[in-house]
Write a protein that binds this ligand. Structure first.
Ligand code: PMV
Length: 322
C-alpha cells in the first residue's frame, strides 16, 4: 500500500494584484489531502472517498469507461483524479488496476487549493506505484496540466505550492520560487460558500477599466505590501506581517471582492486578538486567514458566530509519504 499527502494553500499577500504583474506570496498549510493506492490483480480502477470530497462514492474505471456507484452524478473533484490517471497513462501505457482512497482535511471550494492537493497527491502516489521516478518539478508541472484541463483557466501557484511546501513567491512571467517558510499557527475562517474566482477577477478588471487612475495605485500598493510582507516574514516579525495583512484586506475590500460575511469574520478574528486578518484567495466567499498568538481563541470566536473555522500552520513540507 502506498500513501502520500499534499497540502492546501493560502495567499498571505497579493491576490488579484498578481493578475496585473504584481508579486504574490502563497503558503502551504498543514491541512492535507491523503491518497492511498493499492494494486489489484485485475485491470479495474476503483476510487473511493468517504469525506466531503465525494461522499460514499465508488468509481470504476475499466478501459477509460467510468461507472459511478451509486448514481449517475458527475463530481467535479473526481475530474482531477481522472485527469491525473490519464496523465500517468500517457507516461506509462500499461498500468495495472488499483484501488485509490482519498481523504481530505480541506473544505472543497474554499479557495484553499483542495483540487491542487488532490491532484498532486494522486500523481505522486500513482507514480510511486508504477516506479516512475518523477521529480518534484515534474509532479508540479503534471499537476498544473491537470488543473488547466479541468478548469480551463488555472494558476501554477496552487500545484507548485502543494508540491514544494513552504512559501511561494509568484510573479507573472517569472519562475515560481520557493522562499523558506514561517512556522506560526494560523486560523482559517470559512464563509461556507465558494468564491467564484473567474467572476471576481473579471469584476476587478472592469473596475480598473472604469477608474484606472484610482484602481491602478491600489494594485501597486498591494504589490508593495507583498514585498514588504516578505521582508517581515524573513525577519519573523509577525506583528508587522499582521498589520500588513490588515492593510491588504482593506485594499482587497476596496476592489470589491469583500462580502459582509468575509468582513464579519475578519472583524471577529481581530476582536479576538488576531494581529492580522484578511481575505485569502479570490474573495466573494471562500475563506479568511488570521494570525495571532491566541489562535485557539480566534478559532472559537469565529465558530461561536456560526462559521466554520480551524487552526493550522504554515508548513515547509509539500507532498510527502505517510
Ligand atoms: O481563488 P483562489 O484561492 O485560487 O485565488 C485566486 C487568486 C487570484 O489572484 C484572484 C486569481 C489568480 O489567478 O491569481
Amino acid at each position: 500500500m502506498i500513501k502520500f499527502s499534499a497540502p492546501g494553500k493560502v495567499y498571505l499577500f497579493g491576490e488579484h494584484a498578481v493578475v496585473y504583474g504584481e508579486p504574490a506570496l502563497a503558503c502551504a498549510i498543514d491541512e492535507r489531502v491523503f491518497v492511498t493506492v493499492e494494486e489489484r490483480s485485475d485491470n479495474v480502477i476503483k476510487v473511493f472517498s468517504n469525506d466531503l470530497f465525494f461522499k460514499d462514492v465508488t468509481v470504476e474505471l475499466i478501459n477509460d469507461e467510468t461507472r459511478l456507484i451509486p448514481g449517475e452524478r458527475t463530481l467535479k473533484p473526481l475530474e482531477y483524479v481522472f485527469e491525473s490517471i490519464k496523465e500517468i497513462k500517457s507516461i506509462e501505457k500499461d498500468i495495472p488496476g488499483f484501488e485509490m482512497n482519498i481523504e481530505s482535511q480541506l473544505p472543497y471550494g474554499g479557495g484553499l487549493g483542495s483540487s491542487a492537493a488532490v491532484t498532486v497527491a494522486s500523481i505522486k502516489s500513482l507514480s510511486e506505484l508504477l516506479g516512475l521516478e518523477l521529480t518534484k518539478d515534474e509532479i508540479a508541472e503534471t499537476a498544473y496540466r491537470v488543473e488547466k484541463k479541468v478548469q480551463k483557466r488555472a494558476s501554477p501557484c496552487d500545484t507548485f505550492t502543494s508540491t514544494m511546501g513552504g512559501l511561494t513567491w509568484v510573479e507573472t512571467g517569472e519562475e515560481l520560487e520557493k522562499k523558506g517558510s514561517l512556522e506560526i499557527p494560523v486560523v482559517i475562517g470559512f464563509t461556507g460558500q465558494p468564491g467564484p474566482t473567474g467572476v471576481l477577477v473579471e469584476q476587478v478588471s472592469r473596475l480598473k477599466e472604469s477608474f484606472p487612475e484610482i484602481i491602478e495605485p491600489v494594485i501597486t500598493s498591494i504589490g508593495k505590501i507583498t514585498k514588504q510582507g516578505l521582508q517581515s516574514v524573513n525577519k519573523n516579525d509577525y506583528d508587522a506581517v499582521g498589520r500588513l495583512m490588515n492593510v491588504n484586506h482593506g485594499l482587497l475590500d476596496s476592489l470589491g471582492v469583500g462580502t459582509q460575511k468575509l468582513n464579519e469574520i475578519v472583524y471577529i478574528a481581530r476582536e479576538a486578538g488576531a494581529s492580522g486578518a484578511k481575505i485569502t484567495g479570490a474573495g466573494g466567499g471562500g475563506c479568511i486567514l488570521a494570525i495571532g498568538n491566541n489562535s485557539q481563541k480566534i478559532k472559537s470566536s469565529i465558530k461561536s458566530n456560526g462559521y466554520e473555522a480551524f487552526e493550522t500552520k504554515i508548513t515547509r513540507t509539500g507532498v510527502r509519504e505517510e
